[in-house]
Design a protein around this ligand. Sequence first.
Ligand code: GDP
Ligand code: IMO
Ligand code: MG
Length: 430
Amino acid sequence: MTNVAVIGSQWGDEGKGKVVDWLSERAQVVVRFQGGHNAGHTLVIDGVTYKLSLLPSGIVRPGKLSIIGNGVVIDPFALLDEIANVSKLGVEISPKNLRIAENAPLILPVHRRVDQVAEAIRGKGKIGTTGRGIGPAYEDKIARRAIRVCDLEDEDLLRDKLENLLVYHNALLKAADAAPMTVEEILKPLMEVAPKILPFVEPVWRLLDTARREGKRILFEGAQGAMLDVDHGTYPYVTSSNTLAGTATIGSGMGMGGIGYVLGITKAYTTRVGSGPFPTELMDDIGAKIGKIGHEFGTVTGRPRRCGWFDAVMVRQAVKICGINGIALTKVDILDGFDTIKICVGYKHGGKTYDYLPASMKIQAELEPVYEEMPGWQGITHGKKSWADLPAQAIKYIRRIEELIECQVALLSTSPKREDTILVRDPFID
Ligand code: GDP
Ligand code: IMO
Ligand code: MG
C-alpha cells in the first residue's frame, strides 16, 4: 500500500478534483500542497456540484482528514467564504476534518491589487492570471517578508510585518498610479478573521508523520498542471508555484519516500486558460465544438478555455519531469462522434524537428505541431463503467496515447460523475 500524489499533466483543469474525490474513498487523509484559490476543482456527487478552490477534495467525504499544507498560499477571507459556501451544501467542516499548516503564507488584499496592477503593466504580454494575488504572495514568501498563518496570533508582530511588506508593494502601486494601502486597512479585517482561522492551525508535518506511521493512506492533491510549473512550464506564462509531483513533499512537510505513486491527470485533448503558447490550439469550428461539448469554461474566472488536440509531446515530457507512474485519462467522452481525431507527435520550427518542448518562449510561440490522424468512433464512451463497453476505436486511441507518452492508463473517467470511472490499475497497490 502506498501514498499517491495526484497532479495535472497539462495546463490545469484535467479533472484532478473528480479523480481525487473518487480515490479518497480509500484514503484517510487528503492534502493540498501548492497553489491557492486560483485552482478550481469540480466534483459531481449524487447530482450536486461542488466547486473547491482551497479546500482539499476529500472534504466532501465524512470521516476524512483534509489538510492545507505550507506550500499553499491562503487568502483567509476566501477560505472562510469557501467554508461557508460548501457548508451550505451540507458538508460539515470543523477542526476535526480540516487542518491548516501554521507555516503557510497568507494572500492579503494588497496582493490582489498588485496582481492586477502587474498585469496592467505587462500590457500585451499579460499572463492572464486569475487576479487572486497568487504571484505576489509567492514573491513575498521567497523575499522572506510573507505574513504566515501563525502570525495571526500576534497583532503587534502582524503590524510590524505589514509595515515592512507595504514598503515594497506601495512603491509599485504608487509608481503605477494605483491606490496604495495602509497597515490599518489590512490589519483590522485580518484581526477579525484570525479567531475563525486559528482553531484549524497546527504543524501539519507532524500529523502527516503520525498518519504515515499508523499506516493511513494519504492522497496529495495537486493544483494547476505540469506546464504551468514555474520552472518546467511555458515560462513566463505559468503560475508562481512548482506544480510537479516533487512539490508534494516540500509543500506539506511529508518526508521523501512518503509518496510511492504519482498519478498524472490527463485530458483526452488539451485546454488552456489565460495567455501563452499552445501549439495544438484549434482556432476553428472543431476547437469551438470541443469547448462547447466539454463545457470548457474556467471554474474560477468563468473565462472560456482555449481548446486543441491532444499533445503527446507535452504530456510525455510531463510524465518524465513529474515521475508519473500512471495516468487517469479524463473527458475521452467529449470526443465521442468525431470523424477524425489528431494527436500531436512532434513540433517543427525553422527547419528543425523537436520531440520535446524547448524552453525558449520565442520558439514555443512559433512551434508548428506535427500531427498523426486517427479515425474517431461512432459508439459512445460517455458514462461507461467498464472497459469492455468502450468502442474498439476509442480503445485504439487510448492505446496510441499510452504508447506515445510512454505511460499506461490507470484510471479512465467517462463523465463528470463520481461513479463514471473505470479502474484499470490500482494506484494504491501498484
Ligand atoms: P481540475 O481543476 O483538474 O480539478 O478540473 P476542473 O474541475 O477545473 O475541470 C474539469 C471539468 O471536467 C469539471 O467540470 C469536471 O466535472 C469535468 N470532468 C471531469 N472528468 C470528466 C470526464 O471524464 N468527462 C466529462 N465529460 N467531464 C469530466
Ligand atoms: P486547476 O487547479 C488552469 C493559470 C491562469 C494563468 C496562469 C497564472 O483548477 O487546474 P495565477 O493566478 O496562478 O498567477 O495565473 O495560470 N491557472 C490555471 N489554469 N487551471 C488552474 O488550476 C489554474 N491556476 C492558474 O489562468 O494563465
Ligand atoms: Mg480547475
